[in-house]
Every structure is written in structure tokens, then in C-alpha cells.
Design a protein around this ligand. Structure first.
Ligand code: NAD
Length: 428
């Protein structure tokens, strides 16, 4: 773990922190071969990859309704209650994001302009399942799609070695209203949803996070399906001052680090005292962590950075563009910091707003752009499942208001029939 003043970071240390996620190109040729094989051989290729990568011997890919019911029956009722509580919060927050279905303005008399928003028809949700199970990701992807009104929502998730899917993932699919669930993960799942196979329908859009294989595959199939954005190994950047609690801060760093060896956690603080206390806590808490190996690998990409002042913390954060940004400062300065945030996927404010709250149950979405892509993408939200078209109704009186402008501009562009299409409407 790097621990030093921001001003003392070497060029290579700074590059390493800012250019995370660039490992994607390392998997390029492996993923290209998988995409090509699935496009050519469909289900057969996918079943073979399930055996190769997930150690699962499958004869079919689709989860049956009986499997879903058996999975739900096997779950503890309290766990199901908590899943429903999380689902309800996610449903309400995403319903609040729905735009007006249709709206019109009439600024020029006789020219009525409008916009209608409609849901996509078929969406594919990728739910990771390699190093951990992610029933929460079903709620974060399939549920907003259904809230938006998507008619067919399919879910792909890697099978476990015994050929089953985690029962809570299947319960989440049922609660979210997913229409079909397929046992496939990695690049082959993305290929299946993009190209379509005998069992997996091709979709209009693929959403959801995943490891480097999944993320690279999503970037490569965009001629076939739209994607949300690159959502790879998780990251957190914490801006904190002496108001923050070192134990909580260290716990938040480890919570992010346990996702993936490529995950990145950064604390930026003007307080040397906090930096030292957090480092001690990280060492203490990681001793007993269950996913110690992943955490140790991830901490190698991570850093505790000391800034001259709060402004330097904010500037570094904006340059880094974290997936998750925690602000644990004196409440007096929280808004000053927030108002200057330019690049962040989701912002968590205060000592009692840790990232896991948003990962599971507060209601916001946990599928967020990583690797600095927050510069140009927003985290997953209801709008990702919608598209819109514009509408115009124009009367003769309305057209006459813009007639001269259209004719003049069209003829200047050399598009004379455009001008004629207007003129003809005013000939007797
Ligand atoms: P995963 O489902 O993304 O990947 C598992 C699949 O990877 C396997 O089924 C296999 O097909 C494929 N694979 C593994 N090794 C391979 C190889 N050598 N060659 C080809 N394919 C291979 O699950 P995961 O690995 O646990 O990763 C989940 C990721 O999702 C983590 O990085 C986590 O941080 C991230 N995540 C991100 C967000 C976000 O919004 N950004 C949210 C949740 C999780």
C-alpha cells in the first residue's frame, strides 16, 4: 500500500493509481476467441466454457421454474424478508427517477413539439458469480429495468461447480420480475446475450458489472447491443479529516478490497494523525479478514495519501474519478466538498453512510462506472432502460413562421429539394 504525501508521489506511482483498469487489454485475445467461438457455435460453446471455467457440467442453460421455487423454499425466511426490504427501497428510488412519459411545448403558434419516452424491449443483465455471489446485483439491474417497463428482462450468471445458481440469486430474480435466467458467466454470457443462441435471446442492451473478462467483452460487442458502461473491479476513494473514525475508515477500505484483487481503495486526508491511525487499523483488521488473500492483493493497488489541505483532497479525487466516493469530514465542510465534486459514481456522506449501505439496501444503485469512466458515464439508473423520440405537429400557420429560414438554410447547403418541399406547401 502506498502511503505518502500527494506531492511526493513518483510519476509511476501516480500513473499506477490513476490508470487502474488498464489491465483490460491483457485479456483481449482470450476474450476475442471466446466471442468468436460463441458467435459460431452458440450453446455448445457456452456449455463447454461452463465446464472449463466454472467446473460445471450442464446439459441445458436455462434455469427452470422448479429450480427457482426449490431455491426460494430452501431459504431462511429472515433472509428473504431482508431481500424484499432491499428490493422495495431500490424499487422506490428508481421509480422516483422515471421521467414524464410524454410532454409538449408550443413556443411558436402552430408548432407543437414533444418528446415521448418508452422502455427498451429486451434487456440482458449480467450478474457476477465468480469470487462471490451477487443476488444484490439482480436487484440493481433487473428491478430498474422492470420499473422502466422493459417487456423482457433476462439474467445471465455463472453456475456453481454443482451446476446450480445461488438460491438467493434466484430468489432475487423472482422478486425483481426477471423473465428468464441462464447459467452462464464471463465473456461467453455477454456473447450469448449480444449475438443470441438457440437458448439465449439476443438483447437490445446489456447491463451489469463483472471482472475484466466480462468488461472487455461488453466493450467489444457494441455493434450488436448497447451497453451501460465499463463496470469493473470496485473502487472507493475516501476524503476524510479528523472527524472520521479510523476504525470505520479502515473497515470501509477493507470492504472494498475484498471484492477483487484488482480493486482499489484510497484514503485522501489532510490529517497525518488520521492516516497513521487508519494504517494501523487496516493492519489489525485485515489479520482476521476472511477474504485475506484478495484483500492483500488489492491493498497493493491502494494508497493512503496525505494532502496539504481539503482542496488538494478534492482536486485529487476529481482527477481519480472514483466509482464510490465517501466524504467523512466535519459536517460544516461536507457541502463545500460535495459542491466541488466533478467526477464520482455515487457519493456517500457522513460517518454513517458506508458504501455497503448503497451496495445492498439504501435504494441507490451499486452498478457504477469504474476505472475513471465516471468522467463521461452516470451510474446505472432508470434512464438506462428507456429511449425517447421527438414529435412535431405543425399547422400551415406554424410552418409559415419558419418557412423562409428553412428555404434559405437548405439552399445554402445545396439541398434544393428540401427547399421545394416547403415551397410546394404554399403554392395554390
Ligand atoms: P464474474 O461473474 O464477473 O466472472 C466470473 C467468470 O469469469 C467465470 O464464470 C468465467 O467465465 C470468467 N473467467 C474467469 N477466469 C477466466 C479466464 N482465465 N479466462 C476466461 N474467462 C474467465 O465474477 P468475479 O470474477 O467474482 O468478478 C466480479 C467483479 O464485479 C469484481 O471485480 C467486482 O469488484 C465487480 N463488481 C463491480 C460492480 C460495479 O458496479 N462496478 C458491482 C459489483 C461487483
Amino acid at each position: 500500500m502506498i502511503c505518502k504525501k500527494i506531492t511526493e508521489l513518483s510519476g509511476s506511482e501516480s500513473d499506477q493509481l490513476l490508470s487502474r483498469g488498464k489491465g483490460l487489454t491483457d485479456v483481449g485475445s482470450a476474450v476475442d476467441a471466446i466471442l468468436e467461438n460463441v458467435q459460431k457455435n452458440g450453446d455448445q460453446a457456452i456449455l463447454a466454457y461452463a465446464k472449463q471455467f466454472d467446473k460445471a457440467e450442464l446439459s441445458t442453460l436455462e434455469v427452470t421454474p422448479d429450480e427457482v421455487e426449490e431455491a426460494i423454499a430452501s431459504l431462511d425466511s429472515n433472509l428473504l424478508k431482508h431481500l424484499r426490504q432491499a428490493a422495495e427501497n431500490i424499487r422506490r428510488f428508481h421509480a422516483a427517477q422515471l421521467p414524464k412519459e410524454i410532454w409538449y411545448i408550443e413556443d411558436t403558434p402552430g408548432i407543437v413539439l414533444g418528446q415521448k419516452t418508452i422502455p427498451l424491449e429486451r434487456v440482458g443483465c449480467y450478474v457476477p458469480g465468480g469470487r462471490a455471489s451477487y443476488p444484490s446485483t439482480v436487484l440493481m439491474t433487473a428491478l430498474p429495468a422492470k420499473v422502466a417497463g422493459v417487456s423482457e428482462v433476462i439474467v445471465c450468471t455463472p453456475p456453481r461447480a454443482d451446476g446450480t445458481v445461488h438460491p438467493l440469486t434466484l430468489a432475487a430474480c423472482k422478486i425483481a420480475g426477471a423473465d428468464k435466467v441462464f447459467k452462464t458467466g464471463g465473456a461467453q454470457a455477454i456473447a450469448g446475450m449480444a449475438y443470441g443462441t438457440k437458448s439465449i435471446p439476443s438483447v437490445d442492451k446489456i447491463v451489469g458489472p463483472g471482472n475484466v473478462f466480462v468488461t472487455y467483452a461488453k466493450m467489444k460487442i457494441r455493434d450488436y447491443a448497447e451497453i451501460d458502461f465499463p463496470a469493473g473491479p470496485s473502487e472507493v476513494l475516501i476524503i476524510a479529516d479528523d472527524f472520521a473514525n479510523p476504525k470505520m475508515t479502515a473497515a470501509d477500505i477493507l470492504a472494498q478490497a475484498e471484492h477483487d484483487p484488482n480493486s482499489v481503495s484510497i484514503l485522501v486526508t489532510p490529517s497525518e494523525k488520521l492516516a497513521k491511525a487508519v494504517l494501523e487499523e487496516i493492519e489489525k483488521q485485515s489479520e482476521t479478514a476472511q477474504r485475506k488473500e484478495i484483500i492483500e492483493a488489492s491493498l497493493k493497488n491502494s494508497a493512503v495519501l496525505i494532502a496539504e489541505n481539503m482542496q488538494e483532497c478534492i482536486d485529487f479525487s476529481n482527477k481519480f474519478g472514483p466509482e464510490h466516493l465517501q466524504i467523512m469530514t466535519d459536517p460544516e465542510v461536507e457541502d463545500t466538498v460535495l459542491n466541488q465534486i466533478q467526477n464520482a459514481g455515487s457519493v456517500f456522506i457522513g460517518n454513517y453512510a458506508p458504501v455497503p449501505a448503497g451496495d445492498y439496501a439504501s435504494g441507490t444503485n451499486h452498478v457504477l462506472p469504474t476505472s475513471g469512466y465516471v468522467r463521461m458515464y452516470s451510474g446505472l439508473n432508470t434512464a438506462h432502460f428507456l429511449k425517447s423520440f421527438t414529435i412535431q405537429r405543425i399547422s400551415k400557420e406554424g410552418l409559415s413562421e419558419i418557412k423562409d429560414a428553412v428555404i434559405d438554410l437548405a439552399e445554402t447547403e445545396g439541398l434544393f429539394e428540401h427547399a421545394e418541399a416547403i415551397r410546394k406547401r404554399f403554392e395554390e
